[in-house]
Design a protein around this ligand. Structure first.
Ligand code: TXA
Ligand code: MG
Length: 334
């Protein structure tokens, strides 16, 4: 009998191979954290530099306890509220967590993904898995099994769990004294620091913490050791130009100055353009879900550049994560 794809994925993970797994955010390229050579395969397949740490995915709070030194009460409360779900917690790591996973940092990023197949896979493996997004380093993240197959072909087994429902990566958060217990002066207000905006919005976190005693502030701070910290990330196969001040409703219509800026930066021969317009639904949840498919569709359309209008009125909730990805994906912002 042919083994089910679930069983095949499990066998690969046990054998120390990297496997593409579905999550609610994006597909991940997963490996068993207890096998150092499996972790190295992730970096090799993705061509990812070792200084970019991986997120560890757990299926239970017990697994979490095996990874981190301490769980501040506020982190525990946020987990209770948002896990399983698109939020990653950066916490002080146990010595036993392989330094390759954390790029030598003394913290580890951990999340419990909200996908039944992947939760069961981790449970049966009996070990957490490290998993970055299943794309080549710096390029567009995958939200369907076919995206991963297009990128890695036969090199990676893909466990198909359907299209990702959220469509942008998890929110990465850390904690600043005194909530993390790093500072003895408990009169200071604690802070929840959002290093990468994502599937759980700043507003949702603020709404949740406002009713707690001594509610911490929520600040956004894109740390140098964090999330897609390199300026260019999530990039499509052709240049993306984001237009902040459109001259008309039609994205393909540009002012003479904008045309000159594009020519200058992208070195197209005069008039030698073949642009495609990228559009997103006006509903933030739908826009997030379609973001990476649309970037891929435009990138593979045969056009030579992608033009996208940035709507000034859409700037809260999930839009923060969407624009964060698009700003990094863009070659030029006008
Ligand atoms: O939704 C997600 O988070 C997806 C799915 C597969 O779970 N994963 C994902 O992984 O987006 P990746 O590797 O593409 O992005 C993880 C980001 C990295 O840019 C890394 O800098 C940050 O999380 N990160 C991981 N551990 C960290 C740590 N200890 N301190 C600060 N940032 C960390
Ligand atoms: Mg990624």
């Amino acid at each position: 009998m042919k083994p089910s794809s679930f069983q095949t994925a499990l066998d690969h993970l046990r054998a120390g191979d990297a496997v593409a797994i579905p999550t609610e955010t994006v597909y991940g390229l997963a490996a068993d954290i207890s096998q150092p050579s499996a972790i190295e395969k992730i970096f090799a397949l993705k061509k990812r530099p070792f200084f970019d740490p991986l997120i560890v995915h757990v299926s239970s709070r017990d697994q979490l306890s095996s990874l981190v030194e301490e769980i501040p009460p506020i982190a525990s409360q946020l987990m209770e509220k948002f896990w399983p779900g698109p939020i990653t917690f950066v916490l002080p790591k146990k010595k036993t967590v392989n330094d390759k996973i954390t790029s030598g940092l003394n913290t580890v990023g951990v999340r419990m993904p909200n996908h039944p197949v992947t939760l069961e896979l981790i449970r049966q493996l009996g070990s957490p898995v490290a998993a970055p997004s299943a794309n080549l380093f710096g390029q567009t993240s995958p939200t369907q099994a076919s995206h991963v197959r297009d990128e890695f072909g036969d090199d990676v087994f893909v466990l198909d769990g359907g299209p990702c429902l959220i469509g942008v990566e998890s929110t990465v958060v850390g904690f600043r004294a005194p909530v993390a217990g790093l500072c003895k002066d408990t009169t200071l207000p604690g802070e929840i620091v959002i290093y990468r905006p994502g599937g759980v919005t700043k507003e949702e976190i603020e709404h949740f913490v406002k009713d707690l005693n001594d509610s911490p502030r929520v600040v956004v701070e894109q740390s140098p050791v964090a999330p897609g910290h390199l300026k260019h990330h999530y990039m499509p196969k052709i240049p993306l130009v984001m237009i902040q001040n459109p001259v008309s409703e039609n994205s393909l219509e540009l002012s003479a100055v904008q045309r000159a800026q594009i020519d200058n930066k992208l070195k197209f021969g005069d008039g030698d353009w073949n642009p495609i317009e990228m559009t997103l639904p006006s509903d933030a949840n739908l826009a997030a879900r379609e973001l990476y498919s649309e970037l891929r569709r435009c990138g593979e359309s045969g056009a030579s550049l992608i033009l996208l209008h940035r709507s000034a009125d859409k700037d809260s909730g999930l839009w923060s994560a969407i624009w964060n990805r698009l700003e990094k994906a863009a070659t030029l912002i006008l």
